[in-house]
Write a protein that binds this ligand. Structure first.
Ligand SMILES: [Ca+2]
Length: 216
């Protein structure tokens, strides 16, 4: 609570004094789901959508996901069921430990489509991550992890990201609507090279995202 108050205080100081304006930057995140039956014709995904997105600003002591890492239970819940409540608890815990700043989210969307959110990054929490389920699926998700927004003493004005499908390594299903098949032990998170995403030219992304600095 005190911490939240301090954050609020810091935000109002930033507004009040230009001298503080460089200590934080507000960003708009736009996630463009390009995935459709036309772009990924291998099999049909009934009711294809991106689930509710959840993200956060944080420092280098927090990692939402990464190639070769093991998924947290919160990420597993996102990837398997599109639920973000457990991930929210993990993020709140990380915030208590001083690893994470602002938490943000956006409602799910049908694909193709766009979802958006705004957030404020600070010098202390200048990395941004987010995840959403590629749904329906066994444990497939997309997102970005630890995107640096404060580089060489400056706030990055615009970041463009390619969104790949990832396998959370927690369910062994291989089709969009496979029955639940828990992977024991958990495998590591990997780029998804299933036929659903692998085409002659290589892996086909499920979308793009931009983080653009906006006026506070
Ligand atoms: Ca899997």
């Amino acid at each position: 609570m005190v911490f939240r108050f301090l954050l609020t205080l810091a935000a109002s100081m930033a507004l009040a004094s230009p001298a503080f304006s460089q200590e934080s930057a507000q960003y708009r995140l736009d996630i463009h789901a390009t995935w459709s039956l036309e772009t990924h014709p291998f099999e049909y995904a009934p009711g294809a959508h991106f689930s509710r997105m959840r993200g956060a600003t944080h420092n280098s002591r927090y990692t939402l996901f990464g190639d070769g890492r093991t998924a947290s239970s919160g990420l597993q819940s996102v990837a398997e069921r599109g639920r973000t409540d457990l991930l929210l608890l993990e993020m709140e815990d990380a915030r208590e430990r001083g690893r994470l700043g602002e938490i943000f989210d956006a409602p799910g969307i049908g694909v193709p489509g766009t979802m958006s959110a705004t957030f404020t990054a600070t010098e202390k929490y200048s990395l941004a991550s987010f995840a959403t389920m590629v749904a329906p699926s066994p444990d497939w998700f997309t997102g970005a992890a630890s995107v640096p927004l404060f580089v060489d003493g400056k706030w990055v004005e615009r970041v463009e990201l390619t969104l790949w499908a990832w396998d959370a390594g927690t369910d062994s299903g291989t089709t969009w609507t496979a029955d639940n098949a828990e992977t024991q032990p958990r495998q590591s998170i990997r780029l998804l090279a299933a036929p659903n995403f692998l085409y002659p030219e290589g892996l086909r992304p499920v979308g793009t995202a931009t983080m653009v600095q906006i006026e506070e």
